[in-house]
Ligand binder design. Sequence first.
Ligand SMILES: NC(=O)c1ccc[n+]([C@@H]2O[C@H](COP(=O)([O-])OP(=O)(O)OC[C@H]3O[C@@H](n4cnc5c(N)ncnc54)[C@H](OP(=O)(O)O)[C@@H]3O)[C@@H](O)[C@H]2O)c1
Length: 281
Amino acid sequence: MKLKGKLILLTGASGGIGQAIARRLAAQGARLILVGRSTQQLNALARELHVLVNEGFVLQADITSRSGRDTIRTALLALQEPLDALINCAGVNLFGLLEDNDPEAIEQLINTNVTATILLTQLALPFLNKDSGRIVNIGSSFGGLGYPGFSAYCASKFALRGFSEALRRELSDSQIQVAHLAPRATNTNLNSDAVYAMNRELGTAMDEPEVVAAQVEFMLSAKRMHDRNIGWPERLFLRINSLFPRVIDNALRSQLPIIRRHAQPVSASATADNNISIHLS
Ligand SMILES: NC(=O)c1ccc[n+]([C@@H]2O[C@H](COP(=O)([O-])OP(=O)(O)OC[C@H]3O[C@@H](n4cnc5c(N)ncnc54)[C@H](OP(=O)(O)O)[C@@H]3O)[C@@H](O)[C@H]2O)c1
């Protein structure tokens, strides 16, 4: 799909990866509808990219609320033209041992990463271009490999991957394509100091958000979209995990003391994502 002039709804546009995606797609001439909660971030991005703030292209909306989703529906109705793509990028995270996780934070996480994302996709479906519409769901490497300290987050990203796969098959007799993109750890505010410290100690690397944005552009530009996992050795670990999960069990067991130490509840706001660093020896 050529991106020039295409109308693309992007959630999570105020976040690290969302902003990078917006910049990348705008540079290709796509017309973006930016969705997020933080008005300040959204407006700053809109100014930078010359997105029209007052004409339904910048939507301050909490996607977990009915009124937030109604804001998006109303804007799509008013635009009166088909949507070429939906990018579900909004997400939250929760780092810590399950026994320490705040129950409300778990609910909020599942609500955002799973329920609201599914409901927003359902809402957007009738607006998608019937001949060429695309849906890209931003998952995570943790949607294919359960990692200690991220149990609720992993559950949400496994769910998103399952949703993407089922919807892709459900729409396979249509021209609408669905694909799942799984970034590994990425350098954004989603990651707390504790996770950065843990990654350093485990020797894991983190991508810049532009790496994820480049993959989104690649997927949207391709004639046929396919699921993608970012990063090596993450792709190898995901494959081993699906075939021989006990190999990964054993490898992660040896890292558990380090993970437990960093997962201590030092602050209620310690939320993060992580790439996968596993010592298989
Ligand atoms: N960073 C990583 O290491 C990493 C790795 C793999 C996958 N991912 C995935 O990539 C996506 C983007 O993450 P990021 O790293 O860019 O994180 P981020 O910088 O924290 O951005 C998260 C975005 O989600 C939005 N959001 C959260 N809850 C929302 C809600 N209820 N309603 C509307 N918007 C909401 C935020 O909006 P406001 O800021 O305006 O509230 C923000 O735009 C997420 O799905 C995440 O799971 C991230």
